[in-house]
Design a protein around this ligand. Structure first.
Ligand code: SF4
Length: 293
């Protein structure tokens, strides 16, 4: 799957059709998040502070939706990501939960594979992701009934066909993907229209940002995930957060996106009223940014 990199500068806020689409998608995403908070509580959102996750964070925080927010600090993140975390906390006037790896597991990994052993094989790379991401994700998700993500279907071949709601057998909870059908252009239009903070690496051609040693810039026309674990084939490019874990669990990645749970409820008047409320919220912000009354 090839997708061009949409930079901040190229998202055109004068494109009324684009903005209409984004407002409509934001309304639907907000409705889905409210559904998760109401019917699949407790719900949590795992943010990696990527562009998509900044949108989901904004929908949750400004919508005052009862969904906890946490991030995983692998210990190998770029300086720009830490700066963004601080900026985001300041932007919303609240602190976000930060989860860390177990130091004894990191020490074991380094002893076995070396400090940068993830370059040597897919197995070594996945072992590192398990220690620095997957194990802590399991701890963070424990006790929750739903897990909100910023995944989009067009991000990678391994995510095509992604549904808004799926049953995640690995963690036995409902996985909520409110941006499943958003395009990269939608994401940046929302970020620009609402003046959201974002990772400055995006301005330097990093459409997808993970750990510093495993992320590079991409060239125009390259897949948006081409800069992640660029030495591997596209089919292996998942860190395990959205696939089979090494720490417990019995399901396979093949189940992801296929076992659907019930669709969001509330068709009819009540939903329409919710939609109007959420839509105005987004539209107001857009107009403020454009200096209109
Ligand atoms: S992305 Fe790289 S450094 Fe980060 S956990 Fe995975 S292998 Fe380790």
């Amino acid at each position: 799957m090839t997708a061009s990199v949409t930079t901040v500068a190229s998202a055109d806020l004068a494109d009324a059709a684009l903005i209409d689409v984004v407002v409509e998608k934001a309304v639907a995403a907000t409705r889905l998040l409210r559904h998760a908070a109401r019917d699949f509580a407790p719900a949590v959102f795992s943010t990696s502070l990527g562009a998509e996750d900044m949108v989901v964070t904004d929908l949750i925080v400004r919508g005052d939706i009862d969904i906890g927010i946490f991030t995983l600090d692998t210990g190998r993140l770029p300086a720009e990501t830490y700066e963004l975390l601080a900026e985001t906390e300041k932007h919303y006037g609240r602190k976000f939960q930060v989860i860390y790896p177990r130091h004894e597991l990191v020490e074991d990994y380094v002893r076995q594979y070396g400090i940068n052993g993830f370059y040597d094989s897919v197995e070594a790379r996945k072992a590192c992701c398990n220690v620095r991401k997957v194990e802590l994700l399991g701890r963070a998700l424990s006790g929750n009934k739903s897990w909100v993500t910023g995944l989009r279907a067009e991000q990678a071949v391994s995510r095509s066909g992604l549904k808004p709601l799926v049953h995640d057998e690995t963690y036995d909870l409902v996985k909520v993907n409110p941006l499943a059908d958003w395009t990269e252009r939608d994401i940046w239009a929302y970020i620009r229209a609402n003046g959201l903070p974002y990772n400055k690496l995006h301005d330097r051609h990093y459409p997808s940002i993970g750990c510093a040693p495993c992320t590079r810039a991409v060239a125009a026309g390259e897949d948006v995930r081409a800069g992640r674990w660029w030495w591997e084939s596209p089919a292996t490019k998942e860190c395990g957060l959205h696939a089979k874990p090494a720490f417990g669990g019995t399901s396979s990645q093949a189940n992801l996106g296929r076992a659907e749970v019930k669709a969001p409820e509330g068709a009819g008047r009540r939903q329409l009223e919710e939609s109007k409320e959420c839509g105005l919220h987004v539209v107001d912000s857009r107009l403020e940014r454009k200096g209109q009354p």
